[in-house]
Design a protein around this ligand. Structure first.
Ligand code: ADP
Length: 439
């Protein structure tokens, strides 16, 4: 009989049968049955006592010895305990492995509690951020990383990107810090030492700036001589064509060098703390005149919707460069006679500059890469039309420096719209009557 309850029933039956017979023999059935009941109850109470003591003592590994149903109960609890112990051991081992792996991460990793208090950190955090136990346990993260950029990042709550700050222990070390929310109200702070990367980036910027700078003087000399030669021998049947081609190529190189210099100035130059008042409508009028000159005999149809009262706080030279790049691109990539719409208006988000053309358009997969340096959809066409491949990179950097963003919509064969959205804080009212000029 494998069922312990059945066995127990049998034991009880046999015991009571024996007591009944003995009771009959002695003529005291009730007394014998009562005695049997008391002995049976006592046995259960004793086993209950053993169970309670075993559970309280806990440490005793083996279960108490017993019989019948109690033996089965003890055995089952014992097995359950064994299983739990094994599970606990496995969990402990897993936790240890996880902690060893996290500790070995080259990035400083800090676990924050619900109140942004520091709960745990790895070895890199100890080295990079000089965290010490127990001193820093429970300290708030904004007490440790006090840089205003980090505090703003933390309060803003948009953790899609990281923020670059100097290390609190050594200002020559640059850290890219990101916050990763997880679980309920918990956050992980990951800080990566990007000093080497920043230095490399700086070396690249310096190199491009120096090369461009060094190339500028020889180019000016060459183009000067070429100009004189063209004046003297421009009509020469042998040399005329070659000289014109050399002069064109020199101009192209000068344009590229100028654009590279402008780009490195935009990258390295300090953000202007005190922006100028920019008369965008006036600037656009000049740009449109120039665009009409570039269009020349191609006869593009220019339309303008300009809010003449709307100005902008920013850097005039930079904005002129960005806006003219967009308008001139529209001319260069729109077939003769095509319409080009230039708009300067106020939207809910703030001032907005928009150039819409009816040109060749751009396939969707090129759009995300257009602002990369020298990225061209059609290199041949770009060169033929005098492009340097740097125009949109310049636009992107100028907009970045003006807290604006660039949106590009395009349909191949139909045309493109380039939209620069500025924030409302940059808006400036210009004196004069409000009118929307349409040309
Ligand atoms: P580029 O000097 O070659 O014009 P840009 O950086 O100004 O360099 O533009 C990058 C590429 O984007 C261009 O080569 C061209 O393929 C594409 N592009 C830019 N503007 C337009 C436009 N308005 N219509 C179609 N393609 C455009």
């Amino acid at each position: 009989m494998s069922n312990p309850w059945l066995r127990e029933m049998w034991r009880v039956l046999v015991m009571f049968a024996a007591l009944l017979v003995t009771g009959l023999l002695f003529g005291a059935v009730a007394w014998f049955l009562l005695l049997g009941l008391l002995i049976y109850l006592g046995w259960h109470l004793y086993n209950l006592y053993l169970l309670q003591r075993w559970l309280v003592e806990g440490k005793r590994f083996h279960p108490p010895e017993s019989h019948g149903v109690w033996d089965d109960v003890f055995e089952r609890i014992y097995r359950l305990q064994k299983r739990n112990r094994k599970r606990k051991r496995n969990l402990g081992r897993m936790l240890k492995r996880f902690q060893t792996a996290t500790a070995a991460l080259p990035d400083a990793t800090i676990v924050l509690g619900p109140n942004r208090d520091i709960e745990w950190w790895n070895a890199s955090a100890r080295d990079i951020l000089e965290l010490r136990s127990p001193r820093d346990i429970g300290q708030r993260i904004d007490n440790l990383l006090r840089h205003p950029r980090f505090i703003e990042y933390l309060n803003k709550g948009d953790f899609s990107q990281s923020v670059v700050i100097p290390s609190p222990s050594d200002y020559s070390i640059s850290l890219a810090v990101s916050v990763v929310p997880y679980g309920e109200n918990r956050q992980l702070v990951v800080a990566r030492d990007i000093t080497r990367l920043e230095r490399l980036e700086q070396a690249r910027r310096d190199f491009v700036a120096n090369v461009s700078h060094e190339l500028r003087s020889p180019l000016t000399v060459i183009s000067g001589y070429l100009e004189s030669l063209l004046e003297e021998q421009g009509e020469d049947p042998v040399w005329g064509k070659s000289l014109r081609s050399m002069s064109n190529q020199t101009d192209r190189m000068r344009d590229i060098v100028d654009d590279l210099l402008l780009l490195s100035r935009l990258e390295t130059g300090r953000q202007h703390d005190d922006p100028e008042t920019v008369d965008v409508p006036g600037m656009l009028a000049q740009i449109m005149e120039e665009a009409a000159r570039i269009s020349g005999e191609e006869g593009h149809c220019f339309k303008r919707e300009v809010n003449t009262n709307l100005g902008l706080r920013g850097n005039e030279l930079e904005l002129r460069s960005a806006f003219s790049n967009l308008v001139f691109n529209a001319v260069r990539y729109t077939p003769p006679g095509g319409t080009i719409n230039v708009r300067w208006k106020e939207t809910e988000a703030g001032p907005c500059f928009e150039v819409e053309d009816a040109g060749i358009g751009i396939a969707a997969h090129h759009i995300p890469r257009l602002t990369e340096r020298f990225y061209r959809v059609d290199a041949g066409r770009s060169r033929r039309s005098g492009g340097t491949g740097l125009g949109l990179a310049i636009v992107k950097h100028v907009l970045l420096r003006h807290d604006a963003n660039l949106a590009i919509e395009s349909t191949p064969g139909k045309g493109s719209t380039f939209r620069c959205q500025f924030s409302g804080e940059r808006k400036l009212a210009l004196p004069g009557e409000k009118d929307l000029r349409q040309h």
